[in-house]
Write a protein of this length. Sequence first.
Length: 515
Amino acid sequence: MPVPTSADIYQTLHSHQSLDDKLAQVQVFTASLSDNMTLEEADEILQVLPPGVLYGSLTLAADTEANVPLVKTLCKLISKVYRPVPYPAIVEDQSFDYLQAGLRHFMPDIRYLAVKLVGKCTEEPEDAVDMINSPLLPLVIATLGFQEAYVAHKAADVLYNVCAVDEECLEEFFASEAINLLKQLVHIHGTMAFRVYDLMVRIGGISEAALKRSEKCGVLYRLKNEMNSPDTMIRLNAIESTNELISTCQSVPALMRMGILQELSLAMDGDDDVTNIDAILIKCAALKLFGRLYSLPTVYKTDVESEFHFLDRLPSFICSDAGNVQEVSLAVVGLVGSHPPGLEALLSHPQIMTNFYLVTDRSIGIIKATTIQTLAKIIGVTSPGLPDEQKVNDMTEKIYRDITTQPDSLKNMLVNVKQPVDHVRLAAYSFLEAVASHPWGVQEFAREFELLGYLLDRTNTHEQQWQEWKFSVVKQLVQLGSEDTLGRHYAMLQQYERQGPYYRPGQVTTAMKSG
């Protein structure tokens, strides 16, 4: 099909052609447009396909469910054409009405497009201020409640970027009706509340001034009030919302200033009386949140440890008489040690691993699976190609050597991979893969002939999940091993990898490429 011109598209959109023909024409035209279109090129297209034609065709297509592919393609076309167009031109005259209609539209693609176009206001400070004081702002804020998360997230990004333009934009935003609207949204439902909390925490991370404004405006205080609620479910939901906010350490200053992390720290000191179910649930939720926080390598650049001394308190949680608290605490050790700074922290707080190993020695069932999975998480930390690669390798080996069941750790793990209990078996395979991810680990495997024999024996594993886990361990051994370290087993492991995870003896297969 020859590439249609703007005039051809104009005729197509006003014709009675079939949907397939219209779609094909618009798709070819859209694909022909450069992603780096100049303003002059965009103006030429808009002379032939003015906003009324583009938006009108989009609205008309949206009336019929069968036209969804055409709607998506028209949205791509409009997005490309308007990429070089400045914000003032997008909101002038009739285009402003179309933009408002898009911000109210029920179709995700159209709403997303409208929000994206509004986001162009951040290219110039004066345009951002104009948007804040326009009827578009309430519509963008309302989109935080849109059902499709990606559309709501785009609206949040635009609001965040507006505040991040400069100090004047930040001041205008907090002086506008935005804050009252956000306070109203918090009361609608949990998902909406979380999106508002997340936005305010992100804005608070822009600067010191932004943090103070985020705190003073009061939007986040509902979260703090819920944290102190006498209703356990409300408190748990508030902790879960806070947990979700901790995707980066940017939220930490605001959460500390508001006393939210302090409240959670106090909750962890609660009694471990197993009959007090509410207290145990709150304590476990607080432990999970701090575990999430310490899973971020950047936590050590904040005041969290000096303020709460979490790593000093963790050993006592590990030895809790409450099974739930102990299980969560053991898993938290894995979160703490899931990156190089965390490994250093564990080794500099030896009581954590001392208590951990005490539990490991006598663990059964779910606790046993949790301890093995945690060890896998810690030992599986690598830093390939980075300056600290050897240091990480040494730290993981140190933790492995300290396991009190040495020198038989891998041999003991063979018992666990044969377990009929899936969660123990899964944890054991994770442990094997973690050990195999280090040069020292390959040497450990080289001494365990029985374990290597089990891995190479395809007759003892028939379920797809375990075949894939076996293959993953073998692949690691081939990648880091050699004939020098693994002897005659190396050639057999290479053959196993070439044959793939599902090969059966006597079966004709196509060899799989390594990697």
